[in-house]
Design a protein around this ligand. Structure first.
Ligand code: AP5
Length: 216
């Protein structure tokens, strides 16, 4: 299975991806995680990306596209992958489409996790993650257990200010990518409000329906 998870910042892409990649036995590719690893490693590439991320801006296409196309060509992606946070612009979607066509493979699904803007800031500012296990928590909706609470960290771009900028970028740059996949018959729209387990069931049910439809 080759799929994309798309949605506004804080929609729950990372939360859902963790379980979806286990269910479908595919490789998880999060561009945000790739950039955060580069920042942590202190590479020049990471330093460049850090400035954009902190401000809630998108990292330029010329940096992102090459990084993702190289990643999906790796052997661990041969059996399938989940792109989380890519594509985010029309240019990224076009580059992915061209690369997949050249490799004579197709996408199976694009899952859009829908969450209203009014709910996003609370999700973003309350997010904490465990640097050891990478588990994502939320101070209110999924609080870290006592033994983990002392080590959880907050992302630098999870401020109210950067959240507004990220949401603006989502509507301006990423939302226009959605019709491209809708016209291709690949889009599955899922309500992202409710317990994460409920959202997971909605996604897997919708994916099965899409699979059945494609097979008939
Ligand atoms: P990235 O890391 O991709 O961030 P994002 O898309 O803004 O998404 P988030 O990681 O913030 O949220 P999420 O949807 O994964 O939600 P989560 O599951 O954590 O990108 C970061 C930056 O990198 C970008 O701003 C950009 O600068 C750069 N970048 C990355 N990709 C790029 C690209 N392709 N092009 C250019 N630049 C790029 O959940 C959020 C919170 O809500 C958590 O606390 C969670 O516990 C909670 N939660 C989850 N589900 C629920 C639920 N159902 N109910 C209640 N709470 C929930």
């Amino acid at each position: 299975m080759r799929m994309i998870l798309i949605g506004p910042p804080g929609a729950g892409k990372g939360t859902q991806a963790a379980n979806l990649v286990k269910r479908y036995q595919i490789t998880h590719i999060s561009t945000g995680d790739m950039f955060r690893s580069a920042v942590k490693a202190g590479t020049e590439f990471g330093t460049q990306a850090d400035a954009y991320m902190k401000a809630g801006d998108l990292v330029p296409d010329e940096i992102v596209i090459g990084m993702v196309l190289e990643r999906i060509a790796q052997p661990d992606c041969a059996a399938g992958f989940m792109l989380d946070g890519f594509p985010r612009t029309r240019a990224q979607a076009a580059a992915l489409d061209a690369a997949l066509k050249a490799a004579e493979v197709g996408l199976d699904a694009v899952v859009l996790i829908d969450v209203a803007d009014a709910l996003i800031e609370e999700r973003i500012t309350g997010r904490r993650s465990d640097p050891e296990t990478k588990t994502i928590y939320h101070l209110k909706y999924n609080p870290p257990p006592a033994e983990v609470a002392g080590r959880v960290v907050q992302r630098k771009d999870d401020t109210a200010e950067a959240c507004t900028a990220r949401l603006g970028k989502y509507h301006k740059e990423t939302a226009p990518v959605i019709p491209f996949y809708e016209e291709a018959g690949l889009l599955v729209r899922v309500d992202g409000v409710g317990a994460p387990d409920e959202v997971f069931v909605r996604i897997t049910t919708a994916l099965e329906a899409l699979r059945t439809q494609a097979a008939t």
